[in-house]
Structures are given as C-alpha cells and as structure tokens.
Design a protein around this ligand. Sequence first.
Ligand SMILES: NC(=O)C1=CN([C@@H]2O[C@H](COP(=O)(O)OP(=O)(O)OC[C@H]3O[C@@H](n4cnc5c(N)ncnc54)[C@H](OP(=O)(O)O)[C@@H]3O)[C@@H](O)[C@H]2O)C=CC1
Ligand SMILES: O=C([O-])CC(=O)C(=O)O
Length: 272
Amino acid sequence: MKKIGLLGCGVMGTQIALAIDSGKIPGILTHVYDDSKEASSELVSKLNNKPEIVENSHLLSSHSVNIVVEAASQNAVRDDGLSILQNKRDFMIMSVGALLDESIYDILYDACDHFKKTIYLPSGAIAGLDGLKSIKGELESVSITTTKHPRSLKGAQFFETSEINLDSIDSSTVIFEGNARDAVSLFPANVNVAALVSLSGIGSDKTSVKIIADPDTDKNTHHIEAVGKSGKMIFTIENTPDPENPKTSRLAILSAIETLRQYCSDDIQIGT
Ligand SMILES: NC(=O)C1=CN([C@@H]2O[C@H](COP(=O)(O)OP(=O)(O)OC[C@H]3O[C@@H](n4cnc5c(N)ncnc54)[C@H](OP(=O)(O)O)[C@@H]3O)[C@@H](O)[C@H]2O)C=CC1
Ligand SMILES: O=C([O-])CC(=O)C(=O)O
C-alpha cells in the first residue's frame, strides 16, 4: 500500500485523512504536518489509525512516504515543493496558484524531470480541464468568472490595498477583473481554479479572471468559457461551500480524494 504524508490539516486535509482512515483511499497516512499544532492534533484525534505528527514540514518527505499531499497554502508549495521532489516523493498540490510564479514552476518542473517524480494537480473545484487540455493548441480566448458570497472572500491580500469594503456590499458586485497571474496572488485562497485553467489552456497572462462578490448567493460558482478553432466550451460549476471554510468548495475536497484514490489504486484511468 502507498504511504502518504499530509501537509496541511485544515478542512481539506481533514477530509482527505478521514477518507484514508475509512479505506475509501487504499493507502496509509503515516505522517502529517500543519503550522498549527492544534489543527494537526485535532485531525489525528479523529482517526483510528494515527499518523505521526512531524515537527516541521521538511520532515514529512524525509520519511519513506510515496507521496506528499499539500492542502495548506501557496506558501507551503513555494517553501516545501523542491525538497519533497529532491527526497524522491511524488507531490499532489491543491494550492495550485503557486505554480503561476514562473520561477517556482520551472524549479519544480525540472526537479520532477531530474528525480523522476510526478506532480499531481486535481481538477479541484472545477470540471472541464480534460476538454481544455485537448484543445490547448487551438485556443483563442479563455475566461473564468468566480462568484462567491463576500464572507468567502474575506482575508484576501487584495483588500489590503483596495477601497472595497466587503461588509458594505449589498448586491452582486464585480470586485476584480484582470489576468490569472494577478488573481491568484491577490486571492490565494479563492481562485486556485484560475491557475488550473491557465495551466491547462493558454497561460496565466492570457486567461481573463473576474471575481464577483454576491451577498445573495449560497454557492461558490465558477463559469468558464473557452473559444478556439474546435468550437466553444462553456462550463458552469455551482459548488456547495464547505460549512467550516466557505472559501473552499465541497467538490475541491472530493476531487482531491478521487485523485489520491486513483494514485493508490490500479484502476482504469477515465478521461483525458
Ligand atoms: N485547487 C482547488 O480547486 C482548490 C484549492 N484550495 C486550496 O487548498 C488549500 C487547503 O484548503 P483548506 O483545507 O480549505 O484550507 P484551511 O485554511 O482549512 O486549511 C489549511 C491549513 O494549512 C495550514 N497551513 C497554511 N500554510 C501552511 C504551511 N506553509 N505549512 C503548513 N501548514 C500550513 C493552515 O494553518 P493556519 O490556519 O495557521 O494558516 C491550516 O491549518 C488552500 O490553499 C486552498 O486555497 C481550496 C479549494 C479549491
Ligand atoms: O473551492 C473553490 O470554489 C475554489 C477555491 O477556493 C480555489 O480555487 O482556491
């Protein structure tokens, strides 16, 4: 059975750990780490098969795990990605926005090649990446519009310099329009999906992103439009937010679980 190290013990990390513990993912969770000792202890308390809590993130991949699963933050990918691959572990990334920094992307890409390891990027909170990848070479334009309740957007770096006050928004309001590169750095916990769309399609400079704060929605909605020689693709995904962390959609958690389940099984691989 594959051995798994978990980096990040928040909402998503906890659900992934429970899926391993219940046997839904046929692997063994051997080591976990979170910057918050409270979060890692709370996660371990919920499991029947208790993993070891390591003292720092680098120790995760120094143990003999097959894969490290990141469910923490873009900073975690920046700080720990290279050492995970250098220690010859596969790496599953949820905070995909970190890869839109070209220097990080190049370092991790080269490390995969050099150490013969693989980075896995689950589809997260969206669908349609299979189609987008297939028409990559023929795409003319790609856009993604993300709509969330203002409470799901709270705490984003964007608000450190913006005049917009989320608490005073009383109707659907466009709060950001720009490219995917800027979007993921200003909203690092909200639009990792824009990084997935960019990496599957025409890149982060050409992928347009719009972010809407809507006080009347109870969904995290992502609307993607891609136009190219092969025709037009339109995807709208209306996600249920996680009750504990409304920034994160239930689909993103289930997508992480399914990717890890496939990694740990000898299943037929469906989809592009
Ligand atoms: N690809 C996709 O489609 C999606 C990606 N995501 C991303 O997945 C990640 C996990 O989401 P979720 O579980 O909901 O987030 P949570 O905030 O619930 O959990 C993240 C946990 O990781 C900890 N953490 C943050 N940075 C580090 C670090 N550098 N090293 C170790 N621990 C760290 C946090 O601690 P503390 O609270 O103390 O910072 C927190 O306990 C987020 O980055 C999120 O943006 C989410 C949804 C969709
Ligand atoms: O879960 C979602 O709806 C999307 C999200 O937070 C992200 O892409 O970072």
